[in-house]
Write a protein that binds this ligand. Structure first.
Ligand code: ZN
Ligand code: ZN
Length: 131
């Protein structure tokens, strides 16, 4: 069997290829970020040299991993521990946008920070016909 045909329906191959591509990309912007910034965690200020530099990771300030400007303006070097913290915190606040806060519900009917967003979304789909 010739495995080089490349037209296999093997999902594992596909996923592996994407993983490889992602890993390559991650390595690429990590290398670039390490050239731009000193090997220091932006949170805890620890320095990572030698083998320990593996513990330093690239955080995307806007959380968009596809946003990789070459000047590094969207990158921040964080150690794996601070990076973990950063994400669990942001995950929490992100989720709170989409989950209704029940204890606030009664008082905040005219004070919804995301009411504008809802209106914007409604306008986009053309459902909002108030004038
Ligand atoms: Zn750190
Ligand atoms: Zn991150």
């Amino acid at each position: 069997m010739n495995k080089k045909q490349g037209k296999t329906n093997n999902t594992d191959d596909f996923i592996a290829a994407i993983r490889r591509e992602k890993a390559n990309l991650q390595k690429a912007y990590r290398d670039a970020a390490l050239k731009l910034y000193p090997p220091v965690c932006a949170r805890c200020s620890r320095e990572f040299t030698g083998k320990r530099i593996r513990e330093l990771t690239v955080h995307h300030k806007d959380h968009n991993h596809d946003n990789n400007p070459p000047d590094g303006s969207n990158w921040e070097l964080l150690c794996i521990y601070c990076h973990d913290n950063e994400h669990s915190r942001n995950l929490d606040s992100q989720w709170s946008i989409f989950t209704t806060n029940e204890k606030d519900d009664a008082a905040s009917s005219d004070n919804k920070p995301f009411a504008n967003l809802a209106a914007m979304l409604a306008k986009k789909t053309g459902n909002e016909k108030r004038s």
